[in-house]
Ligand binder design. Structure first.
Ligand code: AHR
Length: 492
């Protein structure tokens, strides 16, 4: 049995809805086919954006969407993606499969997508191979309401009013694919580039600096020291990779308990990374003004055999649902510093929430976790104490449950719980302090096999169902949490 106490009178801050953000890069079948099919497609679409995907994204209440990369961002030249589509130059997408990028999905198409699904755009600018002038002009093109060559060009391309653009990244992974820079060199470039990212009218840009790779604490220290006062956010990238080596990351769909265990253990590691990077940030920013922006996270396995390895297509199983549940609980718990997170990547790439195959579309187990967890968006995080037991495997062990709780503006308490143990059901007894509760309802995502997944032949194999193994008596909640499951409860 696991004992939990929820201190409803101890609120620990607002869970920024942007923690439930997403990321869509020009990579594989994410943008093309996954989102953009063009106006003449046989796939039903709205101005070129496929309707089934648009509806599914809308339903998730996606708060923010990052684009156009990733590594692609530091090779992207935005002027090639505006104007009549037939006249747009094409390029080779050297990072991702060496395919031809025809630039049919550009600034106007991305902004339209964001408007259609109700998400804030988060655009990543090009520092690696782009100029300051180019970045300056992009911001002017998108957000300037007066008369200038750039604003008039936007109008000529069909958009009269400027867009609102809140989030802008100054480069991506500039320690690697974005230019192989040292932190000192990038910090200086950040200072220069960000100077020319102007606020026009009432548009205020939240500037995100390229942050560390995984546990590169020196990068965080140098960036905060040299440029912390000029940034609003610092990014962090961390992928959950079961294998020890890049060649041999592990299969997404075929694995045993060994790999289940190591994968979840690695997913839990992001907690330590956030704590350590935050501690360094605290040194320079004790008031936590600068957000830690986890703008790439999720599982990364070997590409599915028979697919283009540069397209990073992988299956998505119940294990990925657990990774999502654990990670989102961790981000919630750090809502004092984590202001945004963006899972990689929305459609058909890495830990995707949606898979498509021509006109067919399916929702992955990861999609369902975002759907179940959306109740935490902008809610107040509650203090939770867990007397955790351990899920032991071989000589190693990890906590058996991961849990997060929040209260929303209607005073509903939500509790998200993951049982990491693939073998044992758990009894969780939860006491409430500072509130009196009498009713509980819930939703569960689980399956018989660890590697259960949705396929086009069986698209609803892993789908949420209503959960009735929770009761409240005398303000005490008792939950029978099945093995390898994610449950979200609503308590009134
Ligand atoms: O998400 C795939 C890639 O992973 C991104 O393009 C890059 O930023 C990271 O290395």
């Amino acid at each position: 049995m696991i004992n939990v106490t929820i201190n409803a009178d101890v609120k620990k801050g607002t869970i920024n809805k942007n923690i439930y953000g997403h990321f869509a890069e020009h990579l594989g079948r994410c943008i093309y086919e996954g989102i953009w099919v063009g106006e003449d497609s046989h796939i039903p679409n709205t101005n070129g954006i496929r309707n089934d995907v648009m509806e599914a994204l809308r339903n998730l209440k996606i708060p923010v969407l990052r684009w156009p990369g990733g590594c692609f961002a530091d090779e992207y030249h935005w002027k090639e993606g505006i104007g009549p589509r037939k006249d747009r130059p094409y390029m080779i997408n050297t990072h991702w499969g060496g395919v031809v990028e025809n630039n049919h999905f550009g600034t106007h198409e991305f902004m339209m997508l964001c408007e259609l699904i109700g998400a804030e755009p988060y655009i990543c600018g090009n520092v690696g191979s782009g100029t300051i002038y180019e970045m300056q002009q992009w911001i002017e093109y998108m957000t300037f309401g007066g008369n200038s060559t750039m604003a008039d060009l936007r109008r000529a391309n069909g958009r009269e009013k400027p867009w609102k653009l809140k989030y802008f990244g100054i480069g991506n992974e500039n320690w690697g694919c974005g230019g192989n820079m040292t932190p000192e060199y990038y910090a200086d470039l950040y200072r220069r580039y960000s100077t020319y990212v102007r606020n026009y009218g009432d548009n205020t840009v939240y500037k995100v600096a390229c942050g560390p790779n995984v546990d590169d604490y020196n990068w965080t220290d140098v960036l905060m020291k040299k440029a912390g006062h000029l940034m609003d956010g610092l990014s962090l990238h961390y992928y959950t990779i079961p294998g020890l080596f890049w060649e041999g990351k592990g299969s997404a769909a075929e694995f045993d308990e060994d790999e289940w265990f190591i994968t979840l253990k690695k997913a839990l590691h992001i907690d330590e990374l956030i704590k350590k990077h935050s501690t360094i940030m605290d040194k320079y920013d004790p008031d936590k003004r600068v957000g830690l922006i986890v703008d790439e996270w999720g599982s990364w396995y070997d590409a599915e055999s028979g697919t283009n390895p540069g397209f990073l297509f992988q299956q998505n199983t119940l294990r990925d649902a657990l990774i999502a549940g654990i990670s989102l609980n961790i981000f919630n718990s750090h809502c004092d510093r984590v202001q945004m997170a963006n899972i990689a990547q929305t459609i058909n790439v890495l830990q995707a929430i949606i898979h498509t195959e021509d006109e067919k579309m399916l929702l992955t187990p990861t999609y369902h976790i975002f759907d179940m967890y959306k109740v935490h968006q902008d809610a107040e995080l509650l203090d939770v104490h867990v007397k955790n037991t351990m899920y032991k495997y071989g000589k190693d062990a990890i906590p058996q449950i991961s849990i997060s709780s929040s209260v929303d503006k209607d005073d509903k308490i939500h509790i998200s719980m993951c049982n990491l143990d693939p073998n044992g059901e758990l009894e969780v007894v939860c006491e409430f302090r500072g509130t009196s509760r009498t009713e509980v309802s819930g939703t569960i995502l689980t399956a018989t096999e660890m590697n259960a997944m949705n396929t086009f032949d069986n698209p609803n194999k892993v789908a949420p169902t209503s959960f009735d193994s929770a009761t409240i008596v005398d303000n005490k909640l008792t939950v029978s949490l099945p093995a390898k499951s994610v449950v979200v409860l609503e308590v009134c």
